[in-house]
Design a protein around this ligand. Sequence first.
Ligand code: NAD
Length: 330
Amino acid sequence: MSATKTAKKNDDSSATGNEGTKPNIAFIGLGNMGAPMAENLLKAGYTLSVFDLSDAATQRLQQAGARVADSPKAAAADAQVVISMLPAGKHVHSVYLGKDGSDAADGAATSGLLSDLPKGTLVIDSSTIAAEDARVVADAATKLGVDFLDAPVSGGTGGAIAGSLTFIVGGSAEAFAKAEPILAIMGKNVFHAGDHGAGQVAKICNNMLLGILMAGTAEAISLGVKNGLDPKVLSDIMLQSSGRNWTLEVYNPYPQVMDNVPSSNGYQGGFMSKLMQKDLNLAMKNAQDTEVDTPMGAKAAELYNEHAVEYGDKDFSSIMARHDRSVLPT
Ligand code: NAD
């Protein structure tokens, strides 16, 4: 599997290949990630039609200058590009294939959005879902003459706001080339991981490691705090030592060690524990199917499966509460 990487650039060329004209974009799913990603496209001068099941979510984008549609189909009516940022595979199947996705049994006849899109439309799904689910949508899209890319992201809500996400893309080289200028608005790094599903495989490898790192970092801070260390002092020490990792750099799980992270805001927003739970279980399912031994991933999945029962809607750094319940807001 090859991976090509493109660094951020300012490129006005159209995703449909007409140099100088920006395609109209339909954006579906305006949650913690989708809303700031869509806002960055608006700021870059793209015309956006948006749809979300939540009125609060669409109002935010309306205020930022988007046209609010009352269905995915209405959002895509005048769009050459569709982007989605939905919670899980079942939502992606429901939007693109209809109902639970079972309408796509023959791979083409769908009652979802795909069947309403003109041939040549580019669909970019940035949700984190199973590679197999992405391939089912890609197959249905291909049969309808629609270009589909799985393009999950890394970088968290901070990266979505800053336009510095990493996009990890699976699909054809032609579709990737059309998507690149748009992804470069929302991200700093754009990787072509391989064919359909490859983006999702790379993403779950990354998130399995992230789950392990977050659980391990919380555990290490807890050990230090229980032994009388100041969590900020300990974090600073580990940041300059061999335990350094992304969670210590930008997403410390202990309250008030860092500003502007979920742990300093009652673990609100960010990346919900139930989404990390989903990703770890996707990784474990893949590991089982491909007979890969992943004991650390299995432990992280076990921890998040337990944690999400009570704290599913809290940011995934709230795994800190497993060790120290006083970190939670009263
Ligand atoms: P979220 O729950 O905040 O947002 C999802 C949005 O989708 C919600 O606004 C919801 O109303 C909307 N939605 C659900 N079903 C819909 C439907 N059928 N039609 C239209 N809208 C629908 O989730 P998020 O944190 O934005 O994450 C989205 C995806 O990105 C997930 O797959 C997640 O795993 C992935 N991700 C999240 C982060 C993060 O830090 N939050 C980072 C990387 C990847």
